[in-house]
Design a protein around this ligand. Sequence first.
Ligand SMILES: *Cc1c(COP(=O)(O)O)cnc(C)c1O
Length: 385
Amino acid sequence: MKGNFPIDKWNGVQTPFYFYDMALLKKTLEAIKKETEQYGFCQHYAIKANANPRILQEIASYGFGADCVSGGEVQAALDAGFPADKIVFAGVGKADWEINLALKADIFCFNVESIPELHIINELAAAQNKTARVEFRVNPNVDAHTHAKITTGLSENKFGINLSQIAGVLKEAQSLANIEVVGLHFHIGSQITDMSAFKDLCIKANELQSDLEAQGFTFANMNFGGGLGIDYHHPNHINIPDFANYFAVFNQLVERREGQALHFELGRAVVGQCGSLISRVLYVKEGEVKKFAILDAGFTELIRPAMYDAYHRIENLSSNLAEQTYDVVGPICESSDVFGKDVPLNEVRRGDLIALRSAGAYGEVMSSMYNLRQLPKAYFSDSIE
Ligand SMILES: *Cc1c(COP(=O)(O)O)cnc(C)c1O
């Protein structure tokens, strides 16, 4: 089974480009809204997964907040209509101008990752005559059981403050006049499909919270980050992640205090399935042992296979001929510019349209101009081009 694409509209449209199924995005957003509302949870969409303005506006229109990791993202969130008081700002290396921009906008909070950063935020807030709300990002030493390059919650990772140091950091924060601590923050990794990692996180968070309460610290907010994975193998059958199951884990396991708000920062699970990279076949090359389908898209448009060994389902939209096996590659002058090896595809000819599925997250937003290529355009299922 293949996805349903308006390929007859694409004669003469320059490839490669991104195509977004806006009906699927809306269905996904409705599913998240339903599950978060029943528990009173707050979802902040992780802008870094896809910062296309049209996508951001759609997500903002559902009333969600935004999770940003740069000043550019804070600005993009504001521009798209996310309310400042629902914007959180994380990252191990926030520059002064980025902190100033966020202070000026009065964002909900900074997710702080070190003591030196805390001091700079305090200084910059004082200079603006403001109080900065902060959550501390805790490194809970939980293994997300995902790819090493997208694991963030182990002690060896650069992210967050280690469990043994968090009480000291909270004490330090109390001594700073322009800092108000509003919560704790966790984010253990991405593309997590095994709920046991999230269960471990809940248990660690409970222990930490009890421990810190015994020392006199309380928290209005607990933020559990994002990380819920999508099914890259079945974009046509399982195109909406199991949000019910995900949020139920936190509802059941987190020992939520009276009046305490639980926050989440899903990115990939929100936008991953609604986007596809559409490309044309330039050449079919018969090697000695392999047949190559050479596309006009490369890792400049979709870097996930090269960077994370990621799998994307590949479909030939133009052919119903018998399947053959191809290595599907791009034109970039790097051996890593391979989308898939031994991929079964309906027999491929020059000019065929090829869809790389589940590319809505960490796709368009990571594209680059390496080899002086042009950045890809984006088209949307609900607008006539
Ligand atoms: C990347 C990131 C997220 C989103 O992760 P997904 O796996 O896309 O859900 C959430 N919070 C923080 C702090 C992040 O860095």
